[in-house]
Design a protein around this ligand. Structure first.
Ligand code: C2E
Ligand code: CA
Ligand code: CA
Length: 279
């Protein structure tokens, strides 16, 4: 009996079974049209205007329905599939942004999440160039969001990829800031343009003094490095006001809009005026 007889043992949890079935499906899906992007706006706290959109991938699975990224990105990273998914996301986000530019409703930038795996494989530059060329959007209109933990994988290759991309004018944003272990030295070496305050700190900053101090400290670090600061997961006006008082530049979250499919986001962009906060 071979040592490979370990799949679907009776004690295997249904969660693990589902994971295996999704993983098998993920190999199939790349020929199909089952991925889609949803878009969420970022709003400037001074002008109230939409300054950017973040593209968030979903897997519209024939039987499991809309599968959120957290349920498949991790194993797509493990098996390397993330490179192909990431390339698709870049192309689709740029294509859609071009469409909104042509319709006269595009904000300044489109942000795309990039996995540490894509950076460390050294394939990102080619994918970005191809997506920009195919859509004809300017590199300065594209922002790449990378999580703070990217430095844990191949550091040298990652920094090389980042430098190449910066050289062609792409912008970088550090995602989930405050949750990883990167040092301030890395932060400086990275020379990012933007820092996104993780939503776990935003969530109860108006009731938890500790979280409010963390946000305050992050804003101070970001400002001293000359970075633009965006808070994510902003759901209430109270949070938005507190963030504005701390010097945060922009917000993203349900207060403005949930992530929406392209069609609905187009309608949103065409009719949105501005976020009005008291004071
Ligand atoms: P993220 O980049 O931190 O994205 C923000 C997540 O917070 C999104 O979850 C978004 O739907 C959710 N969110 C936004 N506003 C609020 C709010 O006000 N309250 C709450 N509770 N949640 C809010 P989503 O779309 O499920 O994405 C989860 C993560 O999956 C993303 O976290 C990102 O790390 C990853 N991801 C998404 N799309 C891609 C992609 O195309 N490539 C890669 N590599 N990762 C992706
Ligand atoms: Ca992100
Ligand atoms: Ca985030």
């Amino acid at each position: 009996m071979g040592a490979t007889l370990r799949f679907f043992s009776p004690e295997m949890s249904s969660r693990a079974r589902q994971r295996l079935s999704l993983e098998a499906d993920l190999r199939r899906v790349l020929d199909d049209d089952e991925f889609e992007l949803h878009y969420q706006p970022q709003v400037d706290l001074t002008s109230g205007r939409i300054v950017g959109l973040e593209a968030l991938v979903r897997w519209n699975h024939p039987t499991h329905g809309m599968v959120p990224p957290d349920a498949f990105i991790p194993f797509a990273e493990e098996n390397g599939m993330i490179v192909r998914i990431g390339t698709w996301v870049l192309h689709e986000a740029c294509r859609q942004f071009r469409h909104w530019l042509d319709a006269g409703i595009a904000p300044r930038r489109i942000a795309v999440n990039v996995s540490a795996i894509e950076l460390s494989r050294g394939t990102l530059m080619a994918a970005v160039s191809a997506a920009l060329e195919a859509s004809g959007i300017d590199s300065a209109q594209l922002e790449l969001e990378i999580t703070e933990t990217f430095v844990i994988t191949d550091r040298e290759q990652s920094f090389r990829s980042i430098d190449e991309l910066k050289a062609v004018g792409a912008r970088f944003s550090i995602d989930d800031f405050g949750t990883g272990y990167s040092s301030l030295a890395y932060l400086q070496q990275l020379a990012a343009d933007k820092l996104k305050v993780d939503m776990s700190f935003v969530r109860d900053m108006t009731t938890n003094a500790g979280n409010a101090s963390i946000v305050k400290a992050i804003v101070a670090v970001g400002q001293s490095l000359g970075l633009e600061i965006v808070a994510e997961g902003v759901e209430t006006e109270e949070q938005a006001l507190a963030l504005r008082a701390l010097g945060c530049d922009a917000i993203q979250g349900y207060l403005v809009s949930r992530p929406l499919p392209a069609g609905s986001m187009g309608e949103f962009l065409a009719t949105y005026e501005s976020l009005r906060l008291p004071g």
